[in-house]
Design a protein around this ligand. Sequence first.
Ligand SMILES: [Zn+2]
Length: 244
Amino acid sequence: MKIYNLTGYSILFFYMLACMYSAPAHLGPWIGLLIGGVYFVFAWFLAGVYLADVLHMGIAHRALDYKEWFIKTVTVVNNFLGIYVDPIAWVNRHRLHHKNADHDGDPNKLSGDGFWQTLYRCLMPYQCNENLAKDPVLQSRTFRVVANPLFAIVSQALSFYLLWKLVGSLKFTVVMWLGTRIFALWVNMVQNYWTHTRDFGFRRYNDEQDNAMNIGDWLPVTATFSACLQNNHHHLAKWQELYN
Ligand SMILES: [Zn+2]
């Protein structure tokens, strides 16, 4: 089994186990597993629509058109109830990632970065040296509010509190809340490390200027909303104008 699949399935397995063990007695392990599963699928689906569809294809690449109310609703709901990702910073980093893929100026990863360095950069990306996120929708009040660090802290604390009140156990809440975010970090590593290192995946296009690879296995494809076909994506995105 490929190491990225093994890691992903292990996180899922331990998440399920931890949900069963940490569920309060009045719920029991099976209802605990069900609640943990519902929270996990809810966070995955919301993050997929928000990141892969709205921020990535909708805003960063302008490849999909959405109504503005839909973009804003998904952005607020995901960042309030799901896993927080600063939308303005993300779009800027993503465009810089395409412009400088795997080279100086790519906030995600440099060509020589290994597993642990890339993991660290998922949490603390390289400094951006340009602002390519000047789209009107990113300047709107909704986006400026969501991108504020105070919003990040308050919304994540509130959603944690809400989940805690809903399930009635602090331990169970910590397991679900952290477990889902550990899986999200794995998804981030599929995108930033395993599909940007020549040792994994396959290439349809032999582009020498980046290390983008395609990974086509079921779990990474499903988890990333099929955004892990990075070699195809980088090849096609080169023909787009991203920066005006
Ligand atoms: Zn892209």
